[in-house]
Ligand binder design. Structure first.
Ligand SMILES: [Zn+2]
Length: 247
C-alpha cells in the first residue's frame, strides 16, 4: 500500500494547504497521514476559549473532524508551542519527525515551503525546514542512531514536495515561492470537501473569507514543488505525486 505523509504547523493547514490532495489520494486507496506540530494556541481567534489549554482542546477536535472528512488514515497533533517553532531545539524536533517517518514509512512526504506559504508564517517555514531535514536524515543509518537500537530501521522517502502557489497575497510580507513542478487537479467533489474541511475549524471562522479568497485564486489546482527525489531526475511537470514511485 502506498503511503503519503503530510507535515503541517497548525490545525487548519491540512485543509487549507493540502485538503484536495489528501482526499484525492485517500480515495485512490493511498494511506494518508497528517502530523501537525502545534495545537494552534497562539491564534488571534479563540472560539470562546478561556485558556490556551481550552483552545488546544477545541482545535485538536476540529482538526480530527476535518481529517475525518478528508479521509485521513491517521491524524496527529503534536505539542510544540504555536508561534515559537523557530525557538525549538533543532535536533530534538528533527529527531522526533525522523522517528515518525521511520515508523510510518511514507513513499511521499508533503509539507509547506521554507518561505512560509502564502501567509509567510514563520511556523510554516520551520515545519518545512524540520520536515526536510527529517526526510533526508530518516534514511541514513548514521543519524539518530538511538532510534535504530530500538527496532526502527532507516527509511528513504522517495519524494519530498513543498506546497506552492502561483500568486501571493497583497499586504503580506514578501515571499519567494518555489516554482510549481506538480499539479493536482481537484474534482468538484474534492474542492467542495476541502472547503468543508476548512470550515470544520469553527474557532477560526473569522478567517473563512480569507480562505474563500485563496481557494478562488487556486481554482481547482493544488500545486507542489518537487524538493527531493531518491532517484536523480530532471524537472518535468507532474500530475501525480506518486509518479515514478516504487511500491
Ligand atoms: Zn498555518
Amino acid at each position: 500500500m502506498l503511503r503519503l505523509l503530510c507535515f503541517t504547523a497548525h490545525p487548519d493547514d491540512e485543509a487549507g494547504a493540502f485538503g484536495g490532495t489528501l482526499l484525492h489520494y485517500a480515495e485512490l486507496g493511498v494511506e494518508t497521514h497528517v502530523v501537525c506540530l502545534t495545537a494552534g494556541t497562539a491564534a488571534t481567534h479563540r472560539g470562546g476559549a478561556k485558556s490556551d489549554q481550552e483552545l488546544a482542546t477545541i482545535r485538536r477536535r476540529e482538526f480530527a473532524i476535518a481529517c475525518r472528512l478528508l479521509k485521513v488514515s491517521q491524524d496527529t497533533v503534536l505539542d510544540y508551542p504555536d508561534a515559537r517553532l523557530d525557538r525549538q531545539d533543532f535536533q530534538t524536533v528533527v529527531a522526533d519527525l525522523a522517528r515518525r517517518i521511520r515508523e510510518i514509512r511514507p513513499h511521499v512526504i508533503v509539507t509547506m515551503g521554507p518561505e512560509g506559504a502564502i501567509t509567510a508564517h514563520p511556523d510554516h517555514s520551520m515545519v518545512s525546514i524540520f520536515a526536510t531535514m527529517a526526510c533526508h536524515w530518516a534514511g541514513r543509518s548514521n543519524r539518530f542512531v538511538d532510534q535504530l537500537e530500538h527496532g526502527l530501521t532507516p527509511h528513504v522517502t522517495q519524494k519530498l514536495y513543498f506546497g506552492t502557489a502561483l500568486f501571493t497575497m497583497p499586504g503580506r510580507q514578501p515571499i519567494s515561492l518555489p516554482p510549481s513542478t506538480a499539479v493536482i487537479e481537484m474534482s468538484q467533489h474534492e474542492r467542495e470537501t476541502k472547503v468543508a474541511a476548512f470550515k470544520c475549524h469553527e474557532s477560526q471562522s473569522p478567517l473563512f473569507p480569507f480562505f474563500e479568497e485563496t481557494v478562488a485564486k487556486r481554482g481547482r489546482l493544488e500545486l507542489f514543488h518537487l524538493a527531493a527525489s531518491s532517484t536523480p531526475r530532471k524537472v518535468e511537470t507532474e500530475r501525480d505525486l506518486f509518479a515514478g514511485v516504487v511500491e
